[in-house]
Design a protein around this ligand. Structure first.
Ligand SMILES: NC(=O)c1ccc[n+]([C@@H]2O[C@H](COP(=O)([O-])OP(=O)(O)OC[C@H]3O[C@@H](n4cnc5c(N)ncnc54)[C@H](OP(=O)(O)O)[C@@H]3O)[C@@H](O)[C@H]2O)c1
Length: 264
């Protein structure tokens, strides 16, 4: 059987890194995408040291459509069509809307949204021609209920969810699947890289126990093998989501009441 090929963005840290490592350990060849080359090279060396599948490093900024297109062309030519794309690259500080000038908003849209879109676009034609594959997006509960003072962060996650929702419609019956996998807190470096975010997060979200990047990666790998449109983890997040489905206004109010308050 041909070696399975996955493209994992955000592979230099957190959920993306853990996913890349788990896939490599299971024998996949992994195209590891993120901006920090040295982090990706460490991952590749770690995978090689344990005899895992090859990790190919592709350091780039996912916001740059030309860099992503060149990477996708290289990968298709050298290794073929991926069976999986994991869109896990993401960043973003939390700000009130009046503190989010247009330049900052552009930056906040760069990842996860633009990076996921560029990478998906780079491989979608080939995946459709193959008639198989999974495109998995790592999302946040803020893509349903925006958290207070997280304007650009939330919008970029809503846009990612929008990409997933439109792929769900447009890929129907093609053999290519789109999956939106949402977690509550994951103990990655996210909150160090994006200072202030955790302090601003609503207590509503903090009631759900945190999971490790490794646990998140297990959920992602399971979903790649058994694709579903929406995966929520852990269990308590499913409960919160169930409440949102029947009473969205209640969840909005709770998020507002337990989140950051304006100082007048
Ligand atoms: N941690 C949580 O509690 C949590 C919960 C739910 C959802 N999420 C979402 O999951 C996603 C991943 O979070 P994480 O916890 O794994 O964070 P993380 O540890 O900070 O990792 C983020 C990854 O994204 C990459 N990245 C950011 N901007 C990029 C760009 N423009 N181009 C290419 N790569 C880029 C970073 O690599 P470089 O800096 O090397 O480029 C890094 O590898 C985020 O969208 C986050 O909102 C996180």
């Amino acid at each position: 059987m041909a070696q399975q090929l996955a493209v994992v963005t955000g592979a230099s840290s957190g959920i993306g890194r853990a996913t890349a490592m788990q896939l490599a350990t299971r024998g996949w060849r992994v195209i590891a995408v993120a901006r920090r080359r040295e982090r990706l090279e460490q991952l590749a060396a770690q995978a090689a040291a344990v005899g895992a599948g090859e990790v190919v490093v592709e350091p780039l900024d996912g916001a740059d459509p030309e860099a992503v297109a060149a990477m996708a062309a290289r990968v298709r030519e050298r290794y073929g069509t991926p069976g999986a794309i994991v869109n896990s690259a993401g960043a973003g500080v939390w700000r009130w809307p009046e503190d989010t000038p247009p330049a900052l908003m552009e930056q906040l849209l760069d990842s996860p949204f633009r990076t996921a879109y560029h990478v998906t676009y780079g491989f979608l034609g080939a995946m459709l021609a193959a008639g198989s594959g999974v495109i998995l997006h790592v999302g946040s509960p803020a893509s349903y209920v925006a958290w207070p003072s997280s304007t650009g962060y939330s919008i970029s996650r809503w846009a990612l969810r929008g990409l997933h929702e439109s792929l769900l419609q447009d890929l129907h019956g093609t053999g290519v699947h789109s999956c939106h996998v949402m977690f509550a807190e994951v103990t990655s470096e996210y909150f160090e890289t994006n200072p202030d975010s955790w302090e601003h997060a609503p207590w509503l979200g903090k009631l759900i126990p945190a999971i490790t990047p490794g646990e998140a990666a297990e959920v992602i790998v399971r979903t790649l093998h058994r694709p579903r449109p929406l995966v929520l983890h852990p269990q308590l997040l499913r409960l919160q989501f169930g409440l949102f489905r029947v009473a969205p206004g209640v969840v909005r109010t709770l998020a507002r009441a337990t989140g950051r308050q304006r100082v007048s």
